[in-house]
Design a protein around this ligand. Structure first.
Ligand SMILES: Cc1cc2nc3c(=O)[nH]c(=O)nc-3n(C[C@H](O)[C@H](O)[C@H](O)COP(=O)(O)OP(=O)(O)OC[C@H]3O[C@@H](n4cnc5c(N)ncnc54)[C@H](O)[C@@H]3O)c2cc1C
Length: 280
């Protein structure tokens, strides 16, 4: 129940949305509302700014890459991404990770990207794919790299997200997650993109804030090997991943359990990228 609600605004232009939002001081933004309705202080919300009237529903793939509007639903993103080829293969499993159709139809790309939580499934994928966020505020529109640390996330405060750009290119990506049950937020997740000796590998849920862990030691191994990886690559990747991961503990998982499972997820991502069996 929105007990304190006084105003509902549904802007139909970016200028109207910016004026209503006033850099975060005007009211609460509504994408699909899936988080707003169940978390935080919605009973104290006085002004809701519903973004659904804005023309941010594009889903276009072309020679430059892919552009996804902030109001595209997670279900539409997951379905579309399945046709975008191996470079973007990690997107669909991350978009559709929480397999409840009602949530997937309602939740938007913008809401998921702007969620300032550490247990978000799309975040490591967007970092691995070098995504750009198209943000607007009173200074105009700009493209920002997907933020991988807390400072980068803070820089998004007061901005509206219009959409995402995913640069074109080759290679293959993969995403794996682990949750207590399938219909649950992840205890840990990981995404990798590899093309020859180039790689980007990120893990999520490795700390209290929405920062991601970049697995530089794993990337170093991959770039040294190129297409000639050694037969024991899984063991070497696991060891390198453990060296990069801190033991982050919370009420749901111990530090060593989360480190161990995340290292396994990284190996699974790379096995999938290499076209090998995911489990040995
Ligand atoms: C029961 C449940 C289970 C979930 N499980 C998972 C899970 O397993 N994995 C996972 O990754 N996520 C999970 N989530 C989170 C889910 O992904 C988010 O609720 C959803 O993606 C948010 O999208 P939304 O459009 O509904 O956002 P909203 O709830 O409308 O907004 C979320 C936040 O984003 C801001 N926002 C929305 N759109 C924009 C925009 N265009 N520009 C700027 N700010 C914006 C809002 O101000 C708000 O702070 C779960 C949520 C629920 C309720």
């Amino acid at each position: 129940m929105y007990l304190a609600l006084e105003r509902y605004t549904r802007p139909s232009s970016v200028a109207e949305a910016l004026a209503a939002y006033a850099g975060g001081k005007g009211g609460v933004l509504l994408g699909g509302g899936s988080t707003l309705n169940v978390e935080g202080n919605h009973e104290e919300v006085e002004h809701v700014i519903d973004l659904q009237g804005l023309p941010w529903k594009q889903l276009a793939s072309g020679a430059q890459g892919v552009e996804v509007g902030a109001l595209v639903s997670l279900r539409a993103l997951g379905r579309a991404a399945a046709a975008w080829g191996p470079r973007f293969a990690a997107i669909a499993p991350a978009a559709l990770a929480y397999p409840v159709v009602g949530l997937l139809n309602r939740a938007t790309v913008g809401g998921r990207v702007m969620l300032d939580r550490n247990d978000v499934d799309l975040h490591p994928v967007l970092a691995a794919l070098d995504a750009r966020l198209l943000v607007v505020d009173d200074a105009g529109e700009r493209a920002l790299p997907f933020p991988t640390d807390a400072a980068g996330r803070r820089a998004l405060a007061g901005c509206l997200l219009r959409g995402l750009q995913l640069p074109a290119g080759g290679g293959r990506s993969s995403f794996h997650r682990h949750a207590r049950i399938q219909v649950d937020r992840p205890l840990c997740n990981a995404a990798a993109w590899v093309e020859g000796s180039e790689a980007r590998v990120f893990a999520g849920v490795q700390g209290p804030d929405a920062a991601l862990t970049r697995l530089g030691a794993v990337e170093g191994k991959l770039s040294g090997w190129g297409d000639q990886r050694p037969p024991d690559w899984r063991g070497q990747v696991r060891e390198a991943a453990l060296a990069d991961l801190v033991a982050y503990e919370d009420p749901w998982a111990s530090g060593t359990y989360r480190q161990d499972v995340t290292a396994t997820l990284v190996v699974r991502c790379l096995a999938e990228v290499f076209g090998e069996a995911v489990s040995e």
